[in-house]
Design a protein around this ligand. Structure first.
Ligand code: AKG
Length: 265
């Protein structure tokens, strides 16, 4: 892979697609490793609905998955877009079974409320078609935070997506997109479940106050260096902490204190 082959493409459209990044055999093994995390015990995800099921934080329970998500080929791809140092804030396997409904258009930051980006690596474990609830994206929608409204448990984009593209995919294809890229999945009207494994990487410059330590660092200086740590520079950065002060105060402080911090009379 050439250096920075993908960087410009990602900057222009907010995503890249890497066909045949993994082999079908690698996807069979990954699916086995996902199932071995006893995903059925984790069936309480807030967005589970009917035959749409999310299984989260698998990497924290499986050394095999830790190795998978920090493998050198992935580091070489990710560093072109994220930079040389990054960690994983979240992962999830998503099963969209027959009859599962639309997952509405959104930017991930509208769900997380984060002030910084993360990068979503979407790995097709099964084929993704327009019949089985595959992925739609809007090229170039990642340039700003767009308006969303909370509907049911979802953060739903309040606008009409312009020129969306459908990502038809085979097992082993991967899509890397920004947490600001508008995306959606349509209903599964096929007879089979669509599975994707999604890993959310974040630069070590950035912080996510919703994630508790230990943090899984994947790469430093552009090289694989997997380790769990309790602190890293994005967390220790005061400016990053201040971005979330109003949110932290919102949980504990009386109104007069919140107003004082926000400069309101
Ligand atoms: O997998 C799906 O069908 C939708 C999931 C999704 O868009 C997300 O988790 O951001």
């Amino acid at each position: 892979m050439q250096n920075n082959q993908y960087c410009e493409e990602f900057q222009q459209q907010g995503y890249i697609i890497c066909r045949n990044f993994f082999s079908e055999e690698e996807m069979t093994t990954l699916m086995e490793d996902i199932r071995a995390t006893e995903i059925n015990e984790d069936g309480k995800h807030v967005l589970n609905k009917g035959t749409l099921n999310f299984y989260s934080n698998l990497f924290s329970r499986s050394q095999k998955i830790q190795e998978f998500v920090s493998q050198p080929r992935l580091v070489d791809l990710l560093k072109q877009v994220i930079g040389p140092d990054f960690w994983i804030r979240w992962d999830q396997a998503v099963a969209k079974g027959p009859g599962a409904v639309t997952f509405p258009w959104h930017q991930d930051n509208a769900y997380s409320g984060l002030k910084d980006l993360h990068y979503q690596l979407w790995i097709a474990l099964t084929k993704m078609t327009s019949e089985n609830g595959g992925l739609w994206l809007v090229p170039g929608s990642d340039k700003s935070i767009l308006p969303h409204k909370k509907i049911d448990k979802h953060a739903v984009y309040q606008g009409t997506p312009e020129n969306p593209v459908f990502v038809e995919a085979k097992p082993g294809d991967v899509v890397l997109f920004s947490s600001l890229t508008l995306h959606s999945t349509t209903p599964n009207v096929s007879q089979d479940a669509r599975w994707a494994y999604v890993v959310e990487y974040m630069s070590l410059e950035h912080f996510d106050p919703t994630i508790k330590p230990p943090y899984f660092v994947v790469a430093r200086d552009g090289k694989r260096q997997p380790e769990f740590v309790n602190f890293y520079r994005g967390k220790l950065n005061i400016a990053n902490q201040l971005k979330y002060l109003p949110r932290a105060l919102g949980k504990v402080a009386p109104d007069w204190a919140k107003n004082a911090v926000l400069g309101r009379n």
